[in-house]
Design a protein around this ligand. Sequence first.
Ligand code: TNX
Length: 428
Amino acid sequence: MIPRPVSVRPSPGSVAPHAGVHARIDPALAPEGYVLDCAPGGIDLRGGSEAGLFYGRQTLRQLQPSVPCGRIEDAPRFRWRGVLLDVARHFMPVPDVLRFIDLIAYHKLNVLHLHLTDDQGWRIEVPGWPRLTSVGAWRSESMLGARRHARYDGTPHGGFYTTADLRRIVAYAARRHVTVVPEVDMPGHMQAAIAAYPHLGNGYTGPVRTAWGVSPHVLNHEPATLDFCRQVLDHVCDVFGSELIGIGGDECPGDPAEQARFTARIAEHLAARGRRVYGWDEILAGGAPPGAVIAAWRGPEPAEAAIRAGHQVVCCPDVQLYLDYRQSDDPGEPTPVGTRLTWADVYGFEPPDHPLVLGAQANIWTEHMESLRRVEYMAFPRLCAFAEVVWGPAERDLADFTARLPAHLARLDALGVNYRPLTGPRPG
Ligand code: TNX
């Protein structure tokens, strides 16, 4: 099973086919924990909460078709078991997002960090700002660089989620005990919004960015621009129930002190609505707002800096948890970017042991992934390894995981997942 349960005590025999599952909440268990007692005549499932019951059911799914008798006791180590999906660089239609939620929930992951806006596309409808989606959600594909497997037919790429779409995604995720943490990246990575409303920028009047990399066109600090951000975030707070709201803050050319003042105003606005800032580790420069949670992506140092400053932190170091990085040095890998990051490397990642560490997240930036099929290829089996890191104990046995992986890949086959084979890149 993946992630492997904390304790499995087998007893002889197996559960009769079609035997019932008796499920109930047991408040004595950890909130996300569960206990499965499997006997020939039936299965007793206790969960610390609805989430615990859900995870017990995921374990049962993986035990099919023949459930062995015995007791399984299980609970996660970290409360933030996250994945970032970048739907800004490539738009993913709602059914694809829902399928992705199913796949991560199956691996007992519980946070979907949705990167909704960037230089190359704005993906959410905001009342009163129609050009964000009529202009900001579209770009010309014809200029995007030398991407393998790309079709250069000049068709504009784009799309956006209506408010109803977003509510559907949030509700679907909630039923699978996944919190959707939205991100509107500011004050950098804003070229799509500036293309729609040039008064937000510093004189740029061109289109949505068509090259990858970081745009020099960032938000100005005028009162009207702050007001725009507040209106967008009010709408985001209305749609997303998450206490944490992603405001990005990464890779913004300009004065860090000025950015810190901007972030402080945004944080105050969110705090008045009972929300907290979730930002990339760049927001530590100049002092992050009190209560902000830091996504530490530039290696282990920013995680330590966040802890020193008293901030909760989610670890996502790029060299260990960026799933857009290539899975081997084989020239047949579809996206040979970044540094090599194998599933065994991901399995070897360990977040620092500190009470301020909420957990970790794997980030899927989609510059080079134009479909969910490609996302699946880059995500699996590395996300299987990641699930064990954040769910299971710090002491892990790579040989044991390696031995369990093929059976799990057969489960992914049954779900039609386009994972990368263990032997090398999938041809085509
Ligand atoms: C850095 S990680 C970024 C993203 C890119 C990614 C590509 C972060 C906060 N910013 O905008 O997509 O690298 O690997």
